[in-house]
Design a protein around this ligand. Structure first.
Ligand code: CMP
Length: 139
């Protein structure tokens, strides 16, 4: 079925000026970018967005990294978009990411791993409205 998923192009990508290369990977996979904006996350926003990881040892570094520069938040649409985007991203740890995936090609480390994508329909349904109102999404 046609689904929507939420994506973040992370600060390591904006810093290296490769957001277009990341978007090309997304579009080459048949996913459509139906909403997109470049923003600077506040500590509060990043902390709340990643609230599910609050008790994990990497939480503070994650919030620090995600606020270290601009990010590009996106809504992607396509057939099985959630699973498809996870395939296109590759494993969280770039050392484990399959060849040709965004993280294999571009990620610098498990924190600076270039992209985030929703892991399930329930997560996408929370993450999309966290950043976008309905009128900002044009499918
Ligand atoms: P993301 O999909 O944005 O969700 C949480 C992020 O935490 C993850 O990508 C990684 O960049 C980061 N992270 C750092 N260490 C770990 C870890 N051990 N396990 C999972 N995620 C981690």
């Amino acid at each position: 079925a046609v689904q929507r998923t939420f994506s973040i192009v992370k600060p390591d990508a904006t810093k290296r000026n490769i957001t277009g290369k990341v978007n090309a990977k997304i579009e080459d996979a048949g996913l459509r970018i139906i909403a997109q904006k470049r923003i600077q996350l506040s500590k509060e926003q990043a902390g709340e967005f990643y609230g599910i990881h609050k008790e994990r040892p990497f939480y503070n570094d994650l919030v620090e990294f995600m606020t270290s520069g601009p990010v590009v938040v996106q809504v992607l649409e396509g057939e099985d978009a959630i699973a498809k985007y996870r395939e296109v991203m590759g494993a969280t740890n770039p050392k484990e990411a399959d060849a040709g995936t965004i993280r294999a090609e571009f990620a610098e480390s498990i924190d600076a791993n270039t992209v985030h994508g929703s892991d399930a329909p329930e997560t996408a349904a929370e993450e999309i409205p966290f950043f976008f109102s309905d009128d900002e999404i044009v499918g």
